[in-house]
Structures are given as C-alpha cells and as structure tokens.
Design a protein around this ligand. Sequence first.
Ligand SMILES: *Cc1c(COP(=O)(O)O)cnc(C)c1O
Length: 376
Amino acid sequence: MRPIQMVDTRNQYLKIKNEVDKAVLEVMDSAAYINGPAVKEFASNLAAYLQVKHVIPCANGTDALQIALMALDLKPGDEVITPSFTYIATTEVVALLGLKPVFVEVDKDTFCMDIADLEKKITPNTKVIVPVHLYGQAANMEAIMQIAEKYQLYVVEDNAQAIGCTVTFTNGEKKKTGTIGHIGCTSFYPSKNLGAFGDGGAICTNDDDLAEKMQMIANHGQSRRYYHDVVGCNSRLDSIQAAILNVKLKHLDVYNAARQKVAAYYDQAFSGNKKIITPITAAFTNHVYHQYTLKLNNVDRDGLVAFLADKKIPAMIYYPVPGHRQKMFAHFKTEQQDMPVTDWLTERVISLPIHTEMDEEQLQYITHSVLEFVNQ
Ligand SMILES: *Cc1c(COP(=O)(O)O)cnc(C)c1O
C-alpha cells in the first residue's frame, strides 16, 4: 500500500507534470516574474470560473482577508463578527487592524456560523460579518445576507477552504462561495482545494469601487506609479504560482469530485456507528471536503490519534483551541464568553486524510483501523 498522507500534493503534481513544468518554464523564460501575463490570465480565468466580476490576486489568504477589511473604511474598535471555530487567520487580521473580533457560535451539524447566535451578537458597533465556509461547506449565505441587509453590514466570506463549492438559493439561483458577500477571500496554500506550489491568495468582488480600492491597497495604495493615495501593503501573487494555478484551475472540479468520492466512502463505512458522527451537508449547498471531519461520541480521541499514528495513518484536530480561548485575544476577554457548542466541538472533532490521490486500499485500511479502535 502507498503511504497515507493528510494531503498528497506530489502525486497530484505528477499526473499533470508536463503541463505544469511547461507553464513554469515559460514564466522563467519570459522573466516576467512579477505581475506577468500569467497573473492577469489567472485572474481572468478564475473570475470566469467563479462567475464574479473582479478577481484580485494577492500573496496569501491571510492578506486577502486583511486587504478586504482595509477596504471597508472601518475605524478602531469597530466590531467584526466571525466564528471562533476557524483557522486563526480569519480572526487574527481583525485584531491586527485594530478592530474588535466578536465571536459567534457555529452550528454543531455543519460547523458553520450559527444564524440565531449571529443576530444576537450584532451591536451598534458591528460593521462586518465574516462567515467561514469551514472544511469545504458553505455557511448559510442566504440567511447571512438577509441579516447583513437588515443591519446594513458588510459580508466578507472566508472561502479559503471551499473554492468550487456552490450555494443554491431558495429562488433556484446558484452562486459559487466567495461571490455572494460584498467580498470573498481565498487561499492557494498548497494543501487547499486549489493549491499552488507555494503561497497565494485572491480576493473577489462584484463591486467596481471595492475592486479598485483593494487593487490599490494590495499595491502600496498606489493609484498611478509613485502616487500613493491610501496606506496599503505589498501583496502579490508570483507569476510562477499563477502559471501553476492556471493549469490546476482546469482540474478543480475533478479534484473536488475526487474528494467527494473519498467522503462518500467514509460516510458509507461509518454509517450507523453510534460512536462516529459523519459530516452533514446542508440542503442549500454541496460540500467540497477540504477536510473530512468526524465528531466522536464517547471515544478517547487522543487514544484514537495515537492508535492511528501507530498504523501510520495521520489524523488531525482542526482546531484544538478555538479563537475565544486563544491568548492573543486575551485583552478582549474572549475567554470568558460562553461558547458551549464551539467548546463541545473542539473536544470531539477529528479529521481523516482526504485528498485527490487516495485509493480504495488506503480507504479500506483507514476505515477498518478507525472502526477497530472505536468498537473495541
Ligand atoms: C488557509 C486559511 C486561511 C489563510 O490562508 P493562507 O494562505 O495560509 O494565509 C484563512 N482562513 C481559513 C479558514 C483557512 O483555512
């Protein structure tokens, strides 16, 4: 059996090696390393794929979130509502910009923003909602957009884990995650569903003014060469990464389908087991399974991780410490907040290997091993 990894970027690369190598060599030959044609081509291809008006490539997903928030004319202390149950980047940029992160609970079945709690967390200082499409499944964007409209708030989607995921609205309309809020942010970190061979990120919007402003912020606040209108930063997607992403974007739907197939195998293998709760997909969306995350019911999780490690099966806890318990937010007194669902999930989740290169032999071995421990 081939060794099992959480992600297998190498074997994914080998399948498209000729195409990728050619694209990279072209950039090297052209010497257009910064903002070369490959970057513009990728931005335009991604905009077409997502069906969004503007795509602004940038250096990574964290920068994408930071630039998005910088574009919204917020003032110190303005409140940004985000889940506590997410990767730290989502909430860190809020505090970095002198804004106040306000944590909202997630739904215990979908792991995404809890709509009832969202409305409870809104105050006169609330300016932005940042839903996270966690593990590859969309948050309830229709409900979130309705609330945002009611309270006149911006919505910045953290789409780092769900590129390619589709939301179906009650009127039948379909939209890709990252194109529904005022701004969508994504990451091309190698292990993401659309991964580069290094860092990368992008910002999407249908708003012309926001697009112009974010483009400017990502480039030192420059309106024309050496004229800097606003304080910005330096955040660029490398031409080489853009060339690789241009090749991989063509395979994204196939990659996501391969992840869904792995998830279906796991679902079937674990179905009916009372100690394992398999992930649930909400009716308004599909799931592109950036992670396959189980909830354990009366199982010694550390014991399971160690048991699997012994069998050379990696497993991960995303995330062991939720935002409201992170030291970096201590001065916001977030630890005193009552977040029972988030705390409950934090103690029970476990993510199994899922990627585009898994075979049935590996899946059989993983599921048998998990069941062996759980049923002992
Ligand atoms: C990966 C990730 C980010 C950050 O992306 P980087 O490219 O690593 O900066 C932000 N939010 C979520 C939910 C992520 O998974």
